[in-house]
Design a binder for this molecule. Structure first.
Ligand code: DX5
Ligand code: ZN
Length: 216
């Protein structure tokens, strides 16, 4: 049975106090935090590089789940792993079908867990043949680039189709996951729930996390 786990997304944290924010995540009961890396090319925003991940690694034992929204993720995968990433997720749209098998091998060689991410309009079924070789798949439930966007309900079909085909595969969802949408995606089969605003802007993040991880 896959356990339901909330990954607070640091994009919604106070960047002036990231160390404190990590401590707040740990105190709330999180086991992992989600780190959004944006290159201003694959997405129209620019965020965090390996040097920040390295600084976070020094002050926390939380798992660091690194989401690479980059056009050339393989070029930086080793740097993020050396900086302390426990899991590295790359977008299938960035890697492309021809080099996907080699890309997965290269990511595996870093020693990190490997994830494949899908934009809201990318059909995962075309990529199912690779799913046995990765540790998780991730469905963007908003168009990547910014926190605080509204959940796109059409993505739920992809979650359901993937869960039906892969009963034991960890499925992550990212974007607009909150008290309304979280029970829906858990019902669809997602178990790794990235929550930015829903966690950090809640008056009681620990209460939110306890509630979220009890949803079946
Ligand atoms: C969006 C990022 C998300 C973002 C989610 O491109 O990948 O991780 O932080 O934020 P919320 O949960 O506020 O939609
Ligand atoms: Zn993300």
């Amino acid at each position: 049975m896959l356990s339901v786990q909330v990954l607070p997304s640091l994009l919604s944290a106070d960047f002036a106090r990231l160390g404190d924010e990590l401590a707040r995540c740990a105190a709330a009961g999180a086991k992992a935090v989600h780190i959004d890396v944006m290159d201003a090319h694959f997405v129209p925003n620019l965020t965090i590089g390996p040097c920040v991940v390295e600084a976070l690694r020094r002050v926390t034992k939380l798992e660091l789940d690194v989401h690479l929204m980059m056009s050339d993720p393989l070029r930086y995968a080793d740097d993020f792993r050396k900086a302390g990433a426990d899991a590295i997720t790359v977008h299938v749209e960035a890697v492309g079908p021809r080099t996907m098998a080699q890309a997965i091998q290269r990511l595996r060689a870093t020693g990190a867990k490997v994830g494949l991410a899908f934009n809201p309009d990318t059909d995962p079924r075309l990529w199912f043949k690779h799913f046995a070789n990765v540790d998780l798949v991730m469905f963007m439930t908003v168009y990547p680039g910014f926190g605080g966007q509204a959940f796109i309900p059409e993505t739920r079909d992809f979650i359901r189709a993937t869960r039906a085909a892969f009963p034991a595969l960890p499925i992550q969802v990212d974007g607009g996951v909150n008290r309304d949408t979280l029970p829906q995606v858990v019902g669809d089969g997602a178990n790794l729930l990235v929550c930015g605003n829903a966690f950090f802007k809640d008056a009681d993040p620990a209460g939110f996390l306890r509630w979220a991880e009890s949803v079946r």
